[in-house]
Design a protein around this ligand. Structure first.
Ligand SMILES: Nc1ncnc2c1ncn2[C@@H]1O[C@H](COP(=O)(O)OP(=O)(O)O)[C@@H](O)[C@H]1O
Ligand SMILES: [Mg+2]
Length: 251
């Protein structure tokens, strides 16, 4: 892990009409770190990550990347800063094959035509680098298991060579063996120096892959602790703010 944070979010706020989803969130992420982002439903996790990915524009607060303040007007701006995100509902195209999904919108070309052979070769290489096994890169995405789809979605995000990779509930609908594969991918990607932010309700997964955990509660970041200082029971108390050490603040 480097000394300077890769990402710093400071005092991020966001309202949708009368709903104040983010009320001042602080978060940091170091290169090669896996940060768990947890909180009850509606705490603001997905909104915060959309802000970092340029899909939602915050009202106030600062985003700093490598010590430089940035402002994202669109997902393309965030992509240019090499921030990758895999959304909760995977944006894959069921009727296209694995390789086409991996390279959708930036297919290798030969003159005006998509170079299918090169695309499938590159797809196979990308997947094998990430230890993802699919029968064939010609398989339609719609025919794959949930875990394989998730793996392809992550592989697509990784193929953009992100510095930051955000995963919003990547294991929510997966079978046990598939969860293992996704967790292994996360470790692989972080080992290459990418900062990973993992949102999940599967708290046991956090203890397996995370270095640190940030807890959100009603639009605020309320806790930030190394995983080595935590156990599941304490984490649950932090998420629900039920522990004796978490007395309600007066707003
Ligand atoms: N586009 C939107 N319009 C209105 N309200 C929204 C929008 N996106 C999120 N919210 C609200 O913001 C709050 C936080 O939502 P979200 O970020 O999805 O929480 P989490 O991911 O932690 O479950 C919720 O009350 C949600 O209803
Ligand atoms: Mg969410």
């Amino acid at each position: 892990m480097g000394d300077q944070p890769l990402v710093t979010l400071k005092g991020i706020t966001k309202s949708f009409g009368a709903v104040q989803s983010l009320r001042g969130v602080d978060l940091t992420l170091a290169p090669g770190e896996v940060l768990g982002l947890v909180g009850d439903n509606g705490a603001g996790k997905s909104t915060l990550m959309k802000v970092l990915a340029g899909a939602v524009q915050h009202d106030a607060g600062q985003i700093t990347i490598d010590g430089r303040e940035v402002r994202f007007a669109s997902p393309a701006d965030a992509r240019r800063e090499r921030i990758g995100i895999v959304y909760q509902d995977l944006a894959l195209c069921d009727t296209l094959d694995v390789a086409s999904n991996l390279f959708l919108g930036r297919e290798p070309r030969k003159g005006p035509f998509i170079d299918r052979r090169a695309m499938h070769e590159k797809a196979a290489e990308t997947l094998s680098d990430l230890h993802v096994r699919v029968k064939s890169t010609y398989q339609e995405i719609g025919h794959l298991s949930g875990g394989q789809r998730q793996a392809v979605a992550i592989a697509r995000a990784v193929s953009f060579k992100p510095r930051v990779l955000i995963l919003d509930e990547p294991t929510a609908a997966l079978a046990v063996a598939e969860v293992r594969q996704v967790l292994a991918m996360i470790k692989d990607v972080a080992a290459q120096g990418v900062g990973v932010i993992l949102i999940t309700h599967r708290l046991q997964d956090l203890f397996e892959v995370c270095d640190r955990i940030t807890v959100m509660y009603e639009g605020r970041s309320v806790e930030d602790e190394p995983v080595s200082d935590l156990d599941i029971e304490r984490l649950v108390a932090m998420i629900t703010r039920s522990g004796s050490e978490h007395t309600e603040e007066v707003a």
